[in-house]
Design a binder for this molecule. Structure first.
Ligand SMILES: [Zn+2]
Length: 515
């Protein structure tokens, strides 16, 4: 397997293109609503991710925070780039032995989910071609960028997404590694080391959501999948390992489909509402009760391949259900999980007969009060089933709290950058770099060595203290005369075991919690 990371760290230096504070707020001063329309690019094509999002027909509602300004509402041009944020990004470039660009060019990167009021995110390449030493191995750093954070999603329904403007425009440093990471454990190590390096600048925001990771993962013979927005670093290993398992399962399914000479399913659907009289449970029950039609799609050659093989939790059936969800349904039922959900053996047998299915054939059922939506769901399911014959479709996936991921949308195309014409390029001079080079912060490796020397704690304990962002607390408590071993145990064992109240995670770990 191969994996690469993209780390996004918020900076605590005010916003990137205006003078608002980089603080989140629970207060709302007003709302406005916008919609995004897809348009053809200069190459006359509409981007796949754009088309997908436009088909959902969503309205975007924005909550204005007390500290928001017209830049965040996209009613005023951006102000010049925040120089303190640029200094942090260039300092990181020096720490990572990367090559800063001669000139910072701010670009507009199209975003399709409404998370920016303008429809694009401003981003600037700061440096390329660096490296990071982790656990005796060198990982390449492809790029270091400075970009504006997106608005914060606070609510979502089938027709509308609500965002708050407080997070929009907070500076983010984005560091992308090469795809040389060879295991989930290594991915976690690299993320921890980059996190420690970012914190060494002492200009980073803290708390939940202040650091977010995108994971690019492909199993051997598989496909690059992007898992976007992982907030819990300790789960990185699990997300990577489960993604590899998912791809391996899907590749095995593909091989079996090919062995059976299965073909892509026909898009023709059958209305089987009449055959399902008994009340059902599961995703069909609510729409069927409301009189929505139950539609079936034949999947010739797919029998037994929709359920999880053996003890794996990964299965093609879940991928198909994700497509039904992308169309706005609660899910679907497939023949590998039937009889069940209120459908008895006789009903299933009569369904199979009416659909003209053989022993190797499978089917899926969906229901929705809107027939057109049920049909759209089955179109998506048919396309996903057809893709199973090829292998694994490239896509963006959302991380779930239980360590699994879920289909989010197709991978965006590459051609979605455009120059930001409102901001002049900024030259990066040798004098500027020399000035930053004279004030470089202590690197995590040097910090660990110094702490081990001063506290006489074991290297592994020191590693955990640095990775867990406990250095300020450690230094303060040891400075008050407490023994390092006791403080270390408190910070890395006892404190994380204390159940947190709702919202308590927003507090700085360590000092403030201890009072
Ligand atoms: Zn502002």
């Amino acid at each position: 397997m191969r994996a690469g990371l993209e780390v996004h760290q918020q900076l605590d230096v005010g916003k990137l293109f205006c003078s608002c504070p980089s603080e989140l707020s629970e207060e709302v001063r007003g709302v406005f609503v916008r919609r995004l329309r897809p348009a053809r690019g200069e190459e006359t094509r509409v981007d796949a991710a754009t088309e997908f999002q436009a088909a959902r027909g969503l309205a975007y509602r924005y909550e204005v925070s007390p500290a928001s300004c017209l830049v965040e509402m996209d009613e005023e041009p951006p102000h010049p780039l925040n120089p303190a944020a640029l200094d942090v990004a260039l300092t990181l470039a020096l720490l990572l032995d990367a090559r800063p660009v001669d000139e910072i060019e701010v670009m507009r990167k199209i975003v399709v989910d409404g998370s920016n009021t303008s429809g694009f995110q401003r981003t600037a390449l700061v440096a390329v071609d660096g490296r990071l030493e982790v656990g005796g191995r060198s990982v390449s750093i492809l790029s270091i960028c400075l970009e504006e954070d997106a608005a914060r999603k606070v609510k979502e329904s089938a027709t509308e997404v609500t965002y708050r403007l407080d997070r929009l425009g907070i500076p983010l440093v984005e560091i992308a590694t090469g795809p040389e990471i060879g295991s989930g454990a290594q991915a976690r190590e690299v993320a921890e080391e980059l996190g420690a390096l970012l914190r060494s600048t002492r200009r980073t925001r803290r708390g939940i959501g202040s650091i977010r990771e995108d994971l690019n993962v492909s199993a051997e013979g598989g496909q690059r999948i992007e898992i976007k927005g992982v907030q819990e670093l300790r789960k990185i290993q699990e997300y990577v390992e489960r993604e590899v398992a998912r791809q391996e399962t899907l590749l095995a399914v593909r091989d079996e489909l090919r062995r059976r000479s299965a073909r892509a399913p026909a898009s023709e659907v059958a209305d089987v509402s009449e055959r399902i009289r008994a009340p059902t449970t599961g995703p069909l029950s609510a729409p069927a009760r409301r009189g929505g039609p139950v539609l079936a799609l034949r999947l010739p050659g797919f029998a037994g391949l929709l359920a999880a093989p053996g003890r794996s939790e990964e299965r093609l059936g879940r991928e198909l259900a994700d497509q039904a969800r992308a169309a706005g349904l609660k899910g679907l039922l497939h023949s590998d999980e039937l009889p069940g959900y209120g459908l008895d053996e006789a009903t299933v047998a009569s369904l199979r007969e009416s659909l003209g299915l053989g022993r190797d054939d499978a089917f899926v059922l969906v229901a929705d009060p809107q027939r057109s939506r049920a049909e759209e769901a089955l179109r998506r399911v048919a396309a996903r089933a057809a893709a199973a014959l090829e292998g694994i479709p490239g896509e963006t996936r959302d991380p779930l709290p239980d360590g699994r991921t879920r289909y989010s949308r197709p991978l965006p195309g590459r051609d979605r950058m455009y120059p930001e014409t409102d901001i002049a390029p900024i030259a990066v001079t040798a004098e500027h770099l020399a000035r930053l080079g004279e004030a470089l912060p202590e690197r995590p490796g040097a910090l660990r060595e110094r702490l081990a020397r001063e506290t006489r704690l074991a290297p592994e304990v020191v590693r955990q203290l640095v990775a867990g962002d406990h250095i300020a607390a450690l230094e303060e408590l040891v400075g008050k005369g407490h023994t390092p071993a006791l403080v270390a145990r408190l910070l890395i064992q006892d404190l994380p075991a204390v159940p947190r109240e709702e919202g308590a995670a927003e507090f700085e770990p360590g000092v403030r919690v201890l009072g």
